[in-house]
Each structure stands twice: as C-alpha cells, then as structure tokens.
Design a protein around this ligand. Sequence first.
Ligand SMILES: [Zn+2]
Length: 387
Amino acid sequence: MTEFLFWKDPYLKTFKAKIIEIEKNSIILDQTAFYPQSGNQVSDKGYIEKEKKRYEIENVLKEGEKVYHQINAKFVDEFKIGDSIIGNIEWQYRYGIMRAHSSQHLLSAIIKNKFDIDTVHANILFEEVMLQISHEITESQLKECLQELTQISTIENHKFGTYITSKKELSKYGANLRGDIPDEDKIRLVEVPGYDLICCGGTHVKNSTEIGPLFLYEFKKGTDIKYVLGKKALELYSQFNVDLISSSDMLGIQYSNFFPFIHKQYREYNQLELNYIKVASNLLDYISNYPSFQIEDCKIGILEIDLEYRVLQKQFKDFPENYMLMILRPQNKVIIISNCENLKANDVLNDLIQHYGGKGGGSTYSAQGALDIIPEDIASLIKALFK
Ligand SMILES: [Zn+2]
C-alpha cells in the first residue's frame, strides 16, 4: 500500500520514501507525491534520486492502493526493496494540470447549476481541458458560463477543499453531489463551497484565482468545449488582442465592430457566390444547347468560369449525349468532363499536358489538371486530336 502524498499536500514537490516492492519495470514506494494516471487526469512527470543518481519516471500508474513508478528497464537492477529514494515532481507541469483540473470542475459546475446539464467526459492535460456535456448549449449561454468562470478564476477567490469519506456517508450529501459515485469504499470529495461537490481523486489548487485566465479555442455541436489556460492562454490573448486592433485598423473600423463587420462580409460573400453559381449555371445550360463547335457527332463546349468539379459534375448529368465539356479556371486549371466515346477526358488532358506542360490526371469520364500555359487556340488542338 502506498500513502498518497499528492492527496495530503498537492503542492509537495519533493519527498523521501522507501521502496516496498519492485515489479517488472516499476518500483512501488511506501509513500508518493507522483500522481498516477487515473480518472481523466494524466500522470505526473519527474525523477527519483538514489545516492545522487537520477532516474527518470516514465509513467505512473495506479492499481488499488498501489502506485507504480515506471523507470527504464535497464536501471531496475540498481534498486532493491528497502532502498531510500528522493522523489522530485516536475512542478510546472503538475501545476498546469492542477489548474486545468480545478477549472474544469468549476466550468462543469457552472453549466450544471445554470442549465442542469451534466458533463459526460472531461480530459485534463497540461494547461488544457477538453469537455463534453450531455446537451447542447448556445453560444450566448457559453459566453455567460465563460464570463462567470473567468470571474472566479481571476478576481473572485473561492477555496477548494478535499475530504476522504466512505460510500455509506455519501447519502447525506444528497442532491448537492454532482457526477457519478465510484465503486470504491474510500471516497474522496472535492468541494468548492456554494458551487460544487464531486467525487474526484485528482489534484487541485487551494484557491480558484490560481487558475488565471482561460482561452476557449473550440466549441462544436453545442456540446464539445476545448480551452487552454496558463501560459498557453496568455500567449493567445496577447496575440489576438494585437491582431484584433491591427485588423480593425486595416479595415478602417472600430475594434468593437470587427466581428459584426466580418459576419456581414461573410453573408454578402455567400450571397455573391450563390449569384455567381446561378449565372455560371445559366452559361452551362446555354453551352449544353449551343456547343462551341462540333467534330463529327461530338459536341464540344469550352467555358472560362471558376466553378468546382462537384458543381460541374452535377450539372453535366443534364448535358446531351456525345458531349465534351472543357472548363478553364483561374491559375491555368482545367477540368474536362466527357461522355463522348471518341474523345476521352484523360486522353485530351494528357495531350494538353504533352503540348503545354503541367500535371493532372483522371478517367475517361473526367479529368483535372493545371497547365503551364493556356493555349490561345485550344479548339484547333482538340480538332487535331480527334484525327
Ligand atoms: Zn475531478
């Protein structure tokens, strides 16, 4: 059995211990401050010292009340039961995890308290949290939660407390308890009075203001939230703040109007694109009835428009039989779609590449590529090909 020093004092950085067991590549100590991978929190990093020699801890795992400190297999013979060691936690790494874990408890509690929505899954990494909740929330609800969380993580201090209790005792907490109850007799509770109470074996800060600012970088499906904190968040804050000002200056608008402006531009751009597709569609419709030229029974249409393959392919289904459509797009890109038996799309493209350089490929039905130069008289070349 290992005494969990990381529970007694999560701020402990070095400790003395004795080896009580050695199993494969792992040593088991009578007590440890190394947090083992468990629940949703990653394990600690660091090293142990024996007679002034350092041994890197490669992984820390837990089984029941035993903590396994994995070291490189080639050093295992240098240890024996009863040896005294000094353990050293990589503190900046652990502290970044502690702050992330505590921030996750608060965010999950805020979402639960405000909207009665549970956290399904949380992943706690160094200065980073990934959270999944059971029901969708809107952007404005997320904004509300983030604002409250940042208030508690930077200005308004709340204390984190931890207690060991038994499963039997848990019933007295009733509905105040958030989350699942683990199937163990000895239960550890983490509490933020007035905010949150949950069963958790992780390491936490004492004061909520140790968490600091957070920066949200992903919000998907209304349920998946990802954010960073600590140094990672500060870097993003400074970068976005300066970028926001310089981009607003560039556009000649106030920084506070930046996002409404971008949204408006985006809507207008989408409308323009829709209009463009409509016009291009009419052109395609026209050229399907009035091809650029015809060789024997094969109709050939050549158009200079900027449309993607999937849009062209959809409309080509309505083209008459024995038709080859050639689209010239910006940057010398060429798309060929053909249902002509005597004029295969990939043959035409390969011939164009041979004559004018470039790259690309495809099938007898469709081919795409980019030429080094676009020939002025592409029609004569196709006519020559046909012979
Ligand atoms: Zn937790």
